[in-house]
Write a protein that binds this ligand. Structure first.
Ligand SMILES: [Zn+2]
Ligand SMILES: [Zn+2]
Ligand SMILES: [Zn+2]
Ligand SMILES: [Zn+2]
Length: 333
């Protein structure tokens, strides 16, 4: 423990804290969009960015930000043109790692240099790095929380969001850019290869016990922070790799929450025995009945009503009926 001078540990703890908040915040939207692996794809491409930074003797972190954002824009463009998501990701995975290793070699650096970025090196964070990490993380957190209503609408139901007048394409690009920035923020904490775990695992854990989008968002941020800080402290005591400790701890949290979530779901089924069957029937594309009702209440991610994913949109359940907002009217089931 002699190594742990106060300054060094304080910097590492602060970096872990902000990463633990920012990564699941963006991860919640990616999970919502069924793009849980997108962070991982961007992480692999950021390896090339780091290598470019090494080759050009500029900052590896800033080079990684630039390359990661370009990769995120490319993924959005490919999605728009109908390239299947997993093919686009596979290309990024292989190209990113191969490019990174190749360019690092050209830069005359050993693979060990690259390892610091692949698996994190939170214990070598200096005050300059810390400034960049904290600054980027604060931007990510402010945008993810401040624009949550819009980002949720676009992630959950793009068609409805479009009808409601939101610029879906622009908001999608924003989420992808946030993901890219988060990857480079988390690079120092958990490393590029484990970034996606911190973006996705706390979200999966929170989803076990939460019902509304906002509760999942805030819950996953709390879980991410606990895992990051506790994982770092643990790794310092037992002299293990911080990034791996953080990810293993986050996974342990999921293993604890899963039985609780399963019990909650079972209880929900017993309270409304026909609920799950009805939902299964509805999920097989049952046509809507349009009801031009005057609805005083506006349903949303945190309105408190039970939200049910139904094909490409979300229905809300209340007072014995179930419907979805659709333009100026409600589609009743
Ligand atoms: Zn409601
Ligand atoms: Zn519906
Ligand atoms: Zn209603
Ligand atoms: Zn309609």
């Amino acid at each position: 423990m002699d190594l742990l001078t106060l300054d060094f540990m304080l910097r590492a703890l602060l970096a872990a804290f902000v990463t633990g908040l920012a990564a699941p915040a963006v991860g919640t939207y990616l999970v919502q969009r069924r793009q849980a692996l997108m962070g991982d794809g961007i992480g692999h491409v950021a390896v090339t960015g780091v290598a470019v930074g090494l080759l050009t003797h500029t900052s590896p972190v800033l080079a990684a930000v630039v390359v990661a954002v370009l990769a995120a824009l490319l993924i959005e463009a490919m999605r728009d043109r109908g390239t299947s998501g997993d093919v686009a990701l596979a290309l990024l995975f292989y190209g990113g790692i191969a490019g990174g290793v190749l360019i690092t070699g050209l830069a005359g650096q050993s693979a060990a240099t690259l390892n610091r970025f692949l698996f994190g090196s939170i214990t070598t964070v200096d005050s300059g790095d810390l400034g960049v990490v904290v600054g980027l993380a604060v931007v990510v957190i402010v945008v993810a929380l401040g624009l949550s209503a819009r980002l949720f609408a676009v992630a959950q139901d793009p068609d409805f969001a479009r009808v409601a007048g939101l610029r879906v394409g622009a908001w999608n690009v924003l989420v992808s850019v946030l993901a890219a920035v988060t990857v480079t923020v988390a690079m120092r904490t958990v490393g590029l290869l484990l970034v996606s775990a911190l973006m996705v695992v706390p979200v999966a854990t929170a989803q076990q016990v939460t019902r509304t989008f906002r509760a999942t968002l805030l819950g996953s941020m709390a879980l991410g922070t606990v895992a990051s800080v506790a994982g770092l402290v643990f790794s310092a005591y037992v002299d293990a790799a911080p990034g791996a400790s953080i990810v293993v701890l986050a996974l342990a949290g999921f293993c604890l929450a899963w039985p609780v979530g399963a019990a909650l779901r079972r209880r929900q089924r017993m309270l409304s025995p026909f609920g799950s069957e009805e939902e299964m029937v509805l999920a097989v594309e049952e046509p809507h009945t349009v009801v031009p009702e005057d609805h005083g209440h506006e349903h949303g991610p945190d309105c408190g009503h039970r939200a049910v994913q139904h094909g490409d949109h979300v229905d809300y359940v209340h007072d014995g009926h179930r419907h979805a907002p659709h333009g100026g009217h409600y589609d009743e089931h």
